[in-house]
Design a protein around this ligand. Structure first.
Ligand SMILES: Cc1ncc(COP(=O)(O)O)c(C=O)c1O
Length: 374
């Protein structure tokens, strides 16, 4: 078996032990004579896996009883719609902080809901400069960037902009943006370290970066927000429905949640999030150090304090060299390094399951490539 060094942005690398456990249990889950995929989602075997995944997540992030943990479907993209759908009401408004492509998308998806409800959504602050193709984001927002409305029903931010490689609170706490409950899209930096969940009204994340396969969306939501949610929606779109049914209102992504459980067991084996954070910081430090040690050749456009620990973006002197970098790195067994099509360049996504060995292989390749082409 040969496994590549996987730098895909999501779906992304999964921890090998989580996959191996799945392989071992694939055909016969714990002597039941069938795989977990073939079990009823209402049966004892599956329910044990489901509840174990929830309790492992609660344990790793120290999530208090003030919050519900849900496993939904539809990706983070569906949360772009579900959040305003549930929380906006006529005459009320919600704030959005814009720091990259995904927070922009969250705002644009909220607009039709606001129009339908005679409510409002607004950009309370942006770190974007330029327009159209020239638009760029190179840093997270500070308190000075945001004019928050304390009466807003929520303030939305994206903690890690996967496309732009811009992350909040890399070396400290999240800024305080007024009094409204903070709703955070943490799709690409959920579970990379311990965070203070009590700073948030709601956190959501597509699982396919740090937590598991695609098809599962993790939602951590404060009870009062669930209770305050609208009741005039189809049941499937109300958070309370999923809370009341422990995310088993309809058939969930059972195999996806099973893999999430395996990933969480692996996290625990790594010394929990403290152990995971230490390795993640070392990985990012090594990669940024390599970029900065070739100043005429590699360039990271992101401000030092906002450089993502999860998605490391950088440019080479020309697009032709970037193409060559991607194709030669692939031949060297380094996969998924092409930057997002909207911004170009190179992006190394180095989520939890991408190990130090992958970083050493990449930095070695980068040094050699700079020597040969610089
Ligand atoms: C930060 C962020 N938000 C939202 C999304 C959309 O997620 P999904 O494809 O699960 O809807 C992504 C996907 O890459 C992302 O990186």
């Amino acid at each position: 078996m040969s496994r590549v060094f996987n730098f895909n942005p999501g779906p992304a690398a999964l921890p090998l032990p989580a996959l191996e456990r799945a392989r071992e249990e694939l055909l016969d889950y714990r002597g039941s004579g069938m795989s977990i995929m073939e079990h009823s989602h209402r049966g004892k075997d599956y329910e044990a896996v489901h509840n174990e995944a929830i309790s492992l997540l609660r344990e790793q992030l120290s999530i208090s009883d003030d919050y519900h943990v849900l496993f939904l479907q539809g990706g983070a993209s569906m949360q772009f719609a579900m959040v305003p759908m549930n929380l906006l009401t006529a005459g009320k408004s919600a704030d959005y902080v814009l720091t990259g492509a995904w927070s922009e998308k969250a705002l644009s998806e909220a607009k039709p809901m606001a129009a339908l409800y005679s409510a409002a959504v607004r950009a309370a602050g942006t770190t974007g400069t330029g327009e159209g193709k020239e638009k760029s984001y190179v840093r997270a927002a500070t308190e000075a960037d945001v004019k928050a409305d304390d009466a807003a029903v929520y303030l939305h931010l994206c903690s890690n902009e996967t496309v732009h490689g811009v992350q909040f609170a890399v070396n400290g706490e999240f800024p305080h943006f007024g009094k409204a409950p903070v709703v955070a899209d943490m799709s690409s930096d959920f579970l990379w370290r311990k965070i203070d969940v009590s700073r948030f009204g709601m956190i959501y994340a597509g699982a396919q970066k740090n937590v598991g396969p695609s098809g599962v969306t993790v939602v951590v939501v404060r009870k009062d927000l669930v209770d305050a949610g609208r009741k005039d929606l189809p049941k499937i779109f109300q958070y309370r429905t999923h809370v009341e049914n422990n995310s088993l209102y309809n058939t969930p992504s059972t195999f996806g949640i099973y893999i999430v459980r395996n990933v969480l067991l692996w996290v625990k084996d790594q010394g929990g999030l403290a152990g995971i954070e230490k390795i993640n910081r070392e990985k990012a430090w090594l990669l940024y150090k390599t970029i900065d040690s070739h100043p005429g050749f590699y360039r990271c456009p992101v401000d030092a304090g906002s450089r993502s620990v999860m998605n490391v973006v950088f440019r080479l002197p020309s697009e032709a060299l970037e193409e060559k970098f991607v194709s030669e790195s692939k031949k060297a067994g380094l996969v998924g390094l092409k930057g997002h099509r909207s911004v170009g360049g190179i992006r190394a996504s180095i989520y939890n399951a991408t190990g130090l060995d992958a970083i050493h292989a990449l930095t070695h390749f980068m040094n050699e490539f700079a020597k040969a082409n610089g």
